[in-house]
Design a protein around this ligand. Sequence first.
Ligand code: NAD
Ligand code: UDP
Length: 323
Amino acid sequence: MKSRRILVTGGAGFLGSHLCDRLVAQGHDVICIDNFFTSQKINVAHLLNKPNFELIRHDVTHPMWLEVDEIYNMACPAAPGHYQYNPIKTMKTSVMGAINVLGMAKRCRAKVLQASTSEVYGDPTVHPQPETYRGNVNPIGPRACYDEGKRAAETLFFDYHRSNRVNIRVVRIFNTYGPRMHPFDGRVVSNFIRQALNNENITIFGEGKQSRSFCYVDDLVEAIIRMMNAPDSFIGPCNIGNPVEFTMKQLAELVIELTGSKSQLVYKAMPEDDPSQRQPDITLARKHLGWEPTVQLREGLARTIEYFRRLDISQYRPPTPNY
Ligand code: NAD
Ligand code: UDP
């Protein structure tokens, strides 16, 4: 494969750091930009001595001037507690960040991929969700800064494509988990594993009947690299996720089983606008990317639990209230 110069915004984050790993291993010249709002340098520390990796502290709401061939735009807080911490900044990151990477892509004639989200479907009334579903988002609720920010970013991507012929790719990522999730991000997988390993109560919101479909990080990274390399005739949006669906109660029980924990399940109030169900229709990813998730939840959770067992949690500050 020909080596390319690739920018990964949010490259020190959970998904971004795994993506940098893969791109560096493929021999590309990788530039990682991050403001470390929700990540730690340790996620990419092992890459710093590689001749084809470069780390820049920068906030994507401000313009960037680099010469690159490809851009993966991953920068944005993704966990509800993180993106609700400063909702106005979250919206700016999605919108200004998109404008800045699209401007750079236009100038350099780079290909640019947007990490969009299943949250563009809001609390879906169509199940599973195909890309043609236009969603059910509350534009004024606590999740709106993220959902609407990501929807606006998709709009910008398609307008730059139509108006300026920028070569875009848009993926809609469904709940993804794995090593390097922030232990205090408040997301369900990291919360349940951390709680189980410490034999603390496992906090189920609502009755635990709401569902999610969990994709292991390695599968996700494979899919987005395939999307970047897909023919220009397929720009998305394309759902990426594992269609096997679990309720949060089933997830809690599986985590307890795999950790051998003595934790008890406790039930807390359901957060406002929490989607009741979520499952990707991945027909397009199967057809155009020849992609299928290969790691099922039991196996992926076992790997993630191993990572959390070895993690020195004292190195992480809880950046948001956590339950
Ligand atoms: P993450 O919080 O671990 O990573 C986001 C990274 O972006 C962090 O390193 C953070 O410091 C950085 N960042 C945030 N604001 C920034 C700014 N203004 N300038 C520069 N850097 C900034 O989250 P993640 O799970 O790795 O998510 C990565 C991307 O994938 C996000 O865009 C997210 O919306 C998207 N996504 C993730 C999931 C998931 O389940 N993990 C699902 C849907 C979409
Ligand atoms: N959740 C839960 N307990 C927790 C954290 C989350 O029951 O300690 C629930 C949450 O209400 C939601 C699901 O798990 O229904 C997934 O939450 P997460 O924050 O991981 O992601 P998102 O809601 O963005 O899919």
